[in-house]
Design a protein around this ligand. Sequence first.
Ligand code: SF4
Length: 353
Amino acid sequence: MTTSTKESGAAAPAGSGPFLSVRDLYVRFKTEDGVVKAVDGLSFDLERGKTLGIVGESGSGKSVTNLTVLGLHNPMFTSIEGEIVLDGQELITAREAELEKVRGNKAAMIFQDPLTALSPYYTVGRQIAEPFWKHTGASKKAAWDRAVEMLGKVGIPNPKERAKDYPHQFSGGMRQRAMIAMALVCDPDLLIADEPTTALDVTVQAQILDLLKNLQQEFGSAIIFITHDLGVIADMADDIMVMYAGGAVERGTVDEVLRSPQHPYTWGLLNSMPRLDSDLDTPLAPIPGAPPSLLRPPSGCRFHPRCAFQGEVGGARCVDELPLLPAGRGGACHLTAEQKQTIFVEQIKPRLR
Ligand code: SF4
């Protein structure tokens, strides 16, 4: 069942707050084994024309958060509390017909795997044209012309002819471009890109990232870019939110988070990134352990079973007390600002060079 702390779909008028505001979001799934706490009290804002990079391992809640923003969860098994306001419209309490209008018109998503998102039975052109005529009321001819135009914009050569192809006739990179065309065909104000380049080789990945940046400039969309790759985030985003076990553990501008990270989990992510200048024999340094089960998340700080620095905090505080994410800079961690600074400068930074 979908629940909310709010009673009404009405919200602040458009333009009076952040373009997207997520407040105290809790998403829980009922399973045979118990309740999965997929998102646990998450808050963030996003302004128009800006890109927020959400980074974290699988199961950190980044994809669930964004599927919830678009109302793409199964209401039979999902319980949602909190507030999601997009351009003045509250989405958690919105009816499905209203969400349908939001999806495609105002917000759209690019999925990781275009093969599962594109239907094999319809031509690429038809699949791009359909949301356009559905949402804008344009004629089918005008929608087809728009699909051809969008295929051209995303760099598909000979778009007039290629629009008549089926997805299997496109390469992986071309299918991803077609998905981007489909997502942008209605000129959405919010674009959510969920690991959009993971399945692509590095050259095509770079082309797709450039394409997204160029299209953002042209359309002025806000982008949420979900990835586990901090290198991609550095290239794409204005701000970063680091997620772990369903919550945000750190957020800031790209520069702040990458130059002066404030949480041991962010240190671990940075440390596990491959570096161009390192010796090929140098092993990567993965974060020890595995992300926790969200059926029974660890007590206190969710990261404590994997954290090498809880001894610095002393006592059992890390095990007993959930650290809160401060409103400004800083991580959701019990280490003091001085301790973080000392550990980062003496132990972490030298390894990142
Ligand atoms: Fe590590 Fe404790 Fe900070 Fe959690 S609160 S990240 S366990 S030091």
